[in-house]
Unconditional design. Structure first.
Length: 130
């Protein structure tokens, strides 16, 4: 068990090397909103204040906290790969190793645009035709 003095020293050491935090903001929540926020913060292994700070700074820096964009882009990459490789194979055509490598390059280049287009279609309420 750490003594109270060594525990405080440990906290002070972690603070060295970063700018002092002197500003604060406050807002009010309903009890149910507070419970939901506490639950999310705990699931991230953080206390509410540190979690909220990270979420706010990520939003201010243009990042989505827990942003699934990279994962969604990879799902779209798989979709592009399947659509563009299965169709010729189902017609009985063969794909050479070079054609497959070219397809992989195409997918790598276009997966983010495909993901953005898909998200835009969801936002507009439109769906793709197969």
């Amino acid at each position: 068990m750490l003594s109270p003095t060594s525990e405080i020293e440990g906290r002070l050491q972690r603070l060295k090397g970063r700018e002092t935090r002197t500003q604060s903001i406050a807002t009010r929540f309903t009890p149910s909103e507070e419970r939901a926020l506490l639950q999310v913060a705990a699931s991230c292994g953080k206390n509410l204040r540190e979690w909220a700070r990270e979420v706010l700074l990520d939003a201010a820096n243009g990042q989505q906290h827990g942003d699934g964009a990279p994962l969604f882009a990879e799902v779209q990459a798989l979709r592009l790969l399947l659509i563009n490789t299965l169709e010729p194979l189902l017609r009985g055509e063969k794909m050479t190793p070079e054609q497959f490598k070219e397809m992989l390059r195409y997918v790598k280049t276009n997966k983010r645009k495909a993901a953005a287009d898909m998200l835009a279609s969801y936002a507009e309420g439109t769906t793709e035709q197969p």
